[in-house]
Design a protein around this ligand. Structure first.
Ligand SMILES: [Zn+2]
Length: 307
Protein backbone atom coordinates (compact mmCIF):
# COMPACT_ATOMS: atom_id res chain seq x y z
CA UNK A 1 0.00 0.00 0.00
CA UNK A 2 1.45 3.34 -1.08
CA UNK A 3 0.55 6.24 1.17
CA UNK A 4 2.58 8.89 -0.65
CA UNK A 5 -0.37 10.60 -2.30
CA UNK A 6 -2.72 10.34 0.68
CA UNK A 7 -3.77 13.65 2.19
CA UNK A 8 -3.57 13.58 5.99
CA UNK A 9 -6.85 14.50 7.63
CA UNK A 10 -6.93 17.03 10.43
CA UNK A 11 -10.03 15.39 11.91
CA UNK A 12 -8.06 13.11 14.21
CA UNK A 13 -8.47 13.56 17.96
CA UNK A 14 -5.44 12.27 19.81
CA UNK A 15 -6.33 11.03 23.29
CA UNK A 16 -3.41 8.72 23.65
CA UNK A 17 -1.84 10.27 26.70
CA UNK A 18 -5.14 10.08 28.54
CA UNK A 19 -5.18 13.80 29.19
CA UNK A 20 -8.41 14.38 27.40
CA UNK A 21 -11.34 14.31 29.75
CA UNK A 22 -13.89 15.53 27.30
CA UNK A 23 -17.22 14.21 26.32
CA UNK A 24 -20.53 15.31 27.61
CA UNK A 25 -21.20 12.04 29.38
CA UNK A 26 -24.81 12.89 29.00
CA UNK A 27 -25.75 9.99 26.83
CA UNK A 28 -27.99 11.01 23.99
CA UNK A 29 -31.08 8.86 23.77
CA UNK A 30 -30.92 6.85 20.59
CA UNK A 31 -34.49 7.57 19.71
CA UNK A 32 -33.72 10.43 17.41
CA UNK A 33 -37.39 10.64 16.70
CA UNK A 34 -39.21 12.82 14.28
CA UNK A 35 -36.73 12.44 11.49
CA UNK A 36 -39.56 12.25 9.05
CA UNK A 37 -38.51 8.78 8.12
CA UNK A 38 -41.32 6.94 9.78
CA UNK A 39 -42.88 5.93 6.52
CA UNK A 40 -39.64 4.49 5.27
CA UNK A 41 -39.21 2.51 8.43
CA UNK A 42 -42.66 1.03 8.04
CA UNK A 43 -41.99 0.07 4.45
CA UNK A 44 -38.71 -1.50 5.32
CA UNK A 45 -39.99 -3.36 8.34
CA UNK A 46 -42.90 -4.75 6.34
CA UNK A 47 -40.82 -5.69 3.33
CA UNK A 48 -38.03 -7.18 5.34
CA UNK A 49 -40.07 -9.31 7.65
CA UNK A 50 -42.74 -10.39 5.19
CA UNK A 51 -40.33 -11.19 2.40
CA UNK A 52 -42.34 -9.13 -0.06
CA UNK A 53 -39.89 -8.02 -2.67
CA UNK A 54 -38.65 -4.70 -1.28
CA UNK A 55 -37.31 -1.75 -3.10
CA UNK A 56 -33.69 -1.52 -2.32
CA UNK A 57 -32.77 0.52 0.68
CA UNK A 58 -30.83 2.85 -1.46
CA UNK A 59 -33.58 3.67 -3.87
CA UNK A 60 -35.87 4.33 -0.93
CA UNK A 61 -33.33 6.54 0.76
CA UNK A 62 -32.56 8.42 -2.41
CA UNK A 63 -36.16 8.95 -3.31
CA UNK A 64 -37.49 10.01 0.00
CA UNK A 65 -34.77 11.86 1.80
CA UNK A 66 -32.19 12.96 -0.70
CA UNK A 67 -30.03 13.88 2.20
CA UNK A 68 -28.38 12.54 5.29
CA UNK A 69 -31.44 11.54 7.25
CA UNK A 70 -29.51 10.17 10.17
CA UNK A 71 -27.25 13.11 10.72
CA UNK A 72 -27.14 14.44 14.21
CA UNK A 73 -25.28 17.36 15.66
CA UNK A 74 -22.29 16.83 17.86
CA UNK A 75 -22.79 18.86 21.00
CA UNK A 76 -19.82 17.57 22.90
CA UNK A 77 -17.15 20.00 24.08
CA UNK A 78 -14.34 20.91 21.74
CA UNK A 79 -11.56 18.35 21.96
CA UNK A 80 -8.27 19.37 23.46
CA UNK A 81 -6.20 18.22 20.51
CA UNK A 82 -7.55 17.81 17.02
CA UNK A 83 -5.28 17.74 14.03
CA UNK A 84 -2.76 15.43 12.48
CA UNK A 85 -0.59 13.40 14.87
CA UNK A 86 3.10 13.29 14.01
CA UNK A 87 3.99 9.73 15.02
CA UNK A 88 3.92 6.84 12.56
CA UNK A 89 0.66 5.26 13.72
CA UNK A 90 -1.04 8.65 13.97
CA UNK A 91 0.16 9.70 10.53
CA UNK A 92 -1.09 6.44 9.06
CA UNK A 93 -4.52 6.85 10.62
CA UNK A 94 -4.73 10.50 9.53
CA UNK A 95 -3.79 9.63 5.94
CA UNK A 96 -6.28 6.80 5.67
CA UNK A 97 -8.97 9.01 7.19
CA UNK A 98 -8.07 11.77 4.72
CA UNK A 99 -8.42 9.31 1.84
CA UNK A 100 -11.85 8.25 3.12
CA UNK A 101 -12.89 11.91 3.29
CA UNK A 102 -11.81 12.69 -0.26
CA UNK A 103 -13.08 9.47 -1.81
CA UNK A 104 -16.43 9.43 -0.03
CA UNK A 105 -16.95 13.08 -0.93
CA UNK A 106 -16.55 12.04 -4.56
CA UNK A 107 -18.77 8.95 -4.16
CA UNK A 108 -21.55 10.93 -2.50
CA UNK A 109 -21.48 13.47 -5.33
CA UNK A 110 -21.34 10.92 -8.13
CA UNK A 111 -23.58 8.17 -6.79
CA UNK A 112 -26.01 9.94 -4.45
CA UNK A 113 -25.97 13.54 -5.61
CA UNK A 114 -25.31 14.42 -2.03
CA UNK A 115 -22.74 16.00 0.26
CA UNK A 116 -20.55 13.87 2.49
CA UNK A 117 -20.00 15.08 6.04
CA UNK A 118 -16.77 13.94 7.65
CA UNK A 119 -16.57 11.96 10.87
CA UNK A 120 -13.86 12.44 13.44
CA UNK A 121 -11.52 9.70 14.47
CA UNK A 122 -10.34 9.36 18.06
CA UNK A 123 -7.10 7.50 18.74
CA UNK A 124 -6.64 6.43 22.33
CA UNK A 125 -4.75 4.07 24.61
CA UNK A 126 -6.36 1.60 26.92
CA UNK A 127 -9.56 3.29 28.04
CA UNK A 128 -11.24 6.43 26.81
CA UNK A 129 -14.38 8.30 27.63
CA UNK A 130 -16.33 8.44 24.42
CA UNK A 131 -18.83 10.86 25.86
CA UNK A 132 -21.71 9.54 23.81
CA UNK A 133 -21.18 5.79 23.66
CA UNK A 134 -19.92 4.97 27.13
CA UNK A 135 -16.40 3.91 27.87
CA UNK A 136 -14.14 2.74 25.07
CA UNK A 137 -11.73 -0.07 25.84
CA UNK A 138 -9.07 -1.61 23.68
CA UNK A 139 -10.64 -5.03 24.05
CA UNK A 140 -13.63 -3.86 22.08
CA UNK A 141 -11.76 -3.32 18.88
CA UNK A 142 -12.40 -0.23 16.79
CA UNK A 143 -15.96 1.02 16.61
CA UNK A 144 -18.14 3.83 15.33
CA UNK A 145 -20.33 5.81 17.70
CA UNK A 146 -23.31 7.20 15.77
CA UNK A 147 -24.25 9.51 18.64
CA UNK A 148 -21.19 11.70 18.20
CA UNK A 149 -20.21 10.56 14.68
CA UNK A 150 -16.77 9.52 15.83
CA UNK A 151 -14.67 6.47 15.15
CA UNK A 152 -12.76 5.15 18.17
CA UNK A 153 -9.52 3.34 17.54
CA UNK A 154 -6.83 2.07 19.86
CA UNK A 155 -3.78 1.83 17.64
CA UNK A 156 -2.66 -1.13 19.75
CA UNK A 157 -5.31 -2.98 17.79
CA UNK A 158 -3.09 -2.80 14.73
CA UNK A 159 -0.43 -4.73 16.62
CA UNK A 160 -3.03 -7.20 17.82
CA UNK A 161 -4.10 -7.85 14.25
CA UNK A 162 -0.66 -9.35 13.71
CA UNK A 163 0.16 -10.83 17.09
CA UNK A 164 -3.07 -12.00 18.66
CA UNK A 165 -5.24 -12.63 15.63
CA UNK A 166 -2.50 -13.48 13.17
CA UNK A 167 -4.76 -11.61 10.83
CA UNK A 168 -2.56 -10.30 8.08
CA UNK A 169 0.74 -11.27 6.51
CA UNK A 170 3.68 -9.15 7.56
CA UNK A 171 5.45 -9.72 4.28
CA UNK A 172 5.31 -7.08 1.57
CA UNK A 173 3.78 -4.60 3.96
CA UNK A 174 0.41 -6.10 3.16
CA UNK A 175 -0.83 -5.49 6.68
CA UNK A 176 -1.07 -1.76 6.00
CA UNK A 177 -4.00 -2.15 3.65
CA UNK A 178 -5.68 -4.61 6.01
CA UNK A 179 -5.35 -1.97 8.73
CA UNK A 180 -6.65 0.74 6.42
CA UNK A 181 -9.55 -1.54 5.63
CA UNK A 182 -10.45 -1.70 9.32
CA UNK A 183 -10.73 2.10 9.35
CA UNK A 184 -12.65 2.01 6.08
CA UNK A 185 -15.12 -0.46 7.63
CA UNK A 186 -15.80 1.96 10.49
CA UNK A 187 -16.20 4.81 8.02
CA UNK A 188 -18.65 2.49 6.28
CA UNK A 189 -20.79 2.64 9.43
CA UNK A 190 -20.58 6.43 9.30
CA UNK A 191 -21.81 6.33 5.70
CA UNK A 192 -24.69 4.12 6.87
CA UNK A 193 -25.48 6.75 9.46
CA UNK A 194 -25.40 9.60 6.94
CA UNK A 195 -27.70 7.87 4.48
CA UNK A 196 -30.11 6.90 7.22
CA UNK A 197 -29.60 3.15 7.31
CA UNK A 198 -28.06 2.97 10.77
CA UNK A 199 -30.93 4.72 12.60
CA UNK A 200 -33.50 2.74 10.63
CA UNK A 201 -31.90 -0.58 11.39
CA UNK A 202 -31.55 0.46 15.01
CA UNK A 203 -35.27 1.10 15.14
CA UNK A 204 -36.03 -2.19 13.40
CA UNK A 205 -33.82 -4.08 15.81
CA UNK A 206 -35.68 -2.69 18.78
CA UNK A 207 -38.92 -4.18 17.45
CA UNK A 208 -37.39 -7.49 16.41
CA UNK A 209 -36.74 -10.77 18.15
CA UNK A 210 -33.18 -11.52 19.18
CA UNK A 211 -32.70 -13.70 16.13
CA UNK A 212 -34.11 -11.11 13.75
CA UNK A 213 -32.07 -8.37 15.42
CA UNK A 214 -28.95 -10.42 15.03
CA UNK A 215 -29.68 -11.03 11.35
CA UNK A 216 -30.11 -7.31 10.82
CA UNK A 217 -26.81 -6.68 12.53
CA UNK A 218 -25.05 -9.12 10.25
CA UNK A 219 -26.47 -7.34 7.21
CA UNK A 220 -25.33 -4.02 8.65
CA UNK A 221 -21.81 -5.33 9.20
CA UNK A 222 -21.53 -6.96 5.80
CA UNK A 223 -22.69 -3.74 4.18
CA UNK A 224 -19.93 -1.86 6.03
CA UNK A 225 -17.46 -4.41 4.65
CA UNK A 226 -18.86 -3.78 1.17
CA UNK A 227 -18.63 0.00 1.62
CA UNK A 228 -14.98 -0.43 2.63
CA UNK A 229 -14.49 -2.24 -0.67
CA UNK A 230 -16.24 0.55 -2.57
CA UNK A 231 -13.89 3.03 -0.93
CA UNK A 232 -10.83 1.00 -1.91
CA UNK A 233 -12.07 0.70 -5.50
CA UNK A 234 -12.62 4.43 -5.92
CA UNK A 235 -9.46 5.33 -4.04
CA UNK A 236 -7.50 3.01 -6.31
CA UNK A 237 -8.90 4.85 -9.34
CA UNK A 238 -7.92 8.15 -7.77
CA UNK A 239 -4.51 7.37 -6.25
CA UNK A 240 -3.41 3.98 -7.61
CA UNK A 241 -2.25 3.01 -4.12
CA UNK A 242 -2.69 -0.76 -4.01
CA UNK A 243 0.29 -3.07 -4.26
CA UNK A 244 0.74 -6.80 -4.72
CA UNK A 245 -0.62 -8.75 -1.79
CA UNK A 246 -2.73 -5.92 -0.38
CA UNK A 247 -6.12 -7.35 -1.29
CA UNK A 248 -5.13 -10.85 -0.26
CA UNK A 249 -4.02 -9.44 3.11
CA UNK A 250 -7.33 -7.65 3.62
CA UNK A 251 -9.30 -10.76 2.70
CA UNK A 252 -7.21 -12.83 5.06
CA UNK A 253 -7.95 -10.29 7.78
CA UNK A 254 -11.66 -10.38 7.06
CA UNK A 255 -11.45 -14.08 7.64
CA UNK A 256 -9.40 -13.84 10.81
CA UNK A 257 -11.26 -11.10 12.62
CA UNK A 258 -14.55 -12.19 14.03
CA UNK A 259 -16.75 -11.68 16.98
CA UNK A 260 -14.41 -13.40 19.38
CA UNK A 261 -12.27 -10.29 19.56
CA UNK A 262 -15.11 -8.04 20.44
CA UNK A 263 -16.25 -7.38 23.89
CA UNK A 264 -19.97 -7.82 23.81
CA UNK A 265 -21.80 -5.40 25.98
CA UNK A 266 -25.38 -4.49 26.37
CA UNK A 267 -25.40 -0.77 25.87
CA UNK A 268 -28.93 0.17 25.03
CA UNK A 269 -27.88 1.98 21.91
CA UNK A 270 -26.29 1.09 18.62
CA UNK A 271 -22.60 0.38 18.56
CA UNK A 272 -22.46 -1.77 15.45
CA UNK A 273 -19.25 -3.55 16.23
CA UNK A 274 -20.65 -5.09 19.36
CA UNK A 275 -22.79 -7.19 17.06
CA UNK A 276 -22.21 -10.30 15.08
CA UNK A 277 -20.32 -9.56 11.89
CA UNK A 278 -21.18 -12.53 9.75
CA UNK A 279 -19.11 -15.51 8.78
CA UNK A 280 -15.63 -15.29 7.36
CA UNK A 281 -16.91 -16.32 3.94
CA UNK A 282 -19.65 -13.67 4.03
CA UNK A 283 -17.19 -10.97 5.07
CA UNK A 284 -14.85 -11.88 2.24
CA UNK A 285 -17.70 -12.01 -0.26
CA UNK A 286 -19.05 -8.54 0.54
CA UNK A 287 -15.66 -6.89 0.76
CA UNK A 288 -14.91 -8.38 -2.65
CA UNK A 289 -18.25 -7.18 -4.01
CA UNK A 290 -17.45 -3.60 -3.06
CA UNK A 291 -13.86 -3.89 -4.26
CA UNK A 292 -14.93 -5.09 -7.69
CA UNK A 293 -17.91 -2.81 -8.25
CA UNK A 294 -17.12 0.51 -6.58
CA UNK A 295 -20.86 1.17 -6.47
CA UNK A 296 -22.74 1.55 -3.21
CA UNK A 297 -25.91 0.27 -4.86
CA UNK A 298 -24.23 -3.12 -5.13
CA UNK A 299 -23.87 -3.22 -1.34
CA UNK A 300 -27.55 -3.75 -0.60
CA UNK A 301 -27.12 -6.56 1.88
CA UNK A 302 -30.63 -5.89 3.14
CA UNK A 303 -32.23 -7.05 -0.10
CA UNK A 304 -29.83 -9.90 -0.74
CA UNK A 305 -31.57 -13.25 -0.43
CA UNK A 306 -28.24 -15.00 -0.13
CA UNK A 307 -25.58 -13.36 1.99
ZN1 LIG B 1 -18.67 -3.00 12.02
Amino acid sequence: MKLDDFRASDNVEDHRDGSYGGGSGGGLPIGRGGMGLGAIVVVLVVSYFTGISPQTLFSVVNTVTGNGGGVITDNSPAPSRTGTPSDIDGQFVAKVLGATEDTWTQIFQEQLGNTYSKPRLVVYNGVDNTGRCGSAQSAMGPFYCPNDQKIYLDTEFFQEMKSRFNACPTTQGACAFAQANVIAHEVGHHVQNLIGILPKVDQMRQQASDTQANALSVRLELQADCFAGVWANKTQQRLNFLQNGDIEGALQTAQAIGDDMLQKKSRGYVVPDSFTHGSSAQRQKWLTTGLKSGQIKDCDTFSASNL
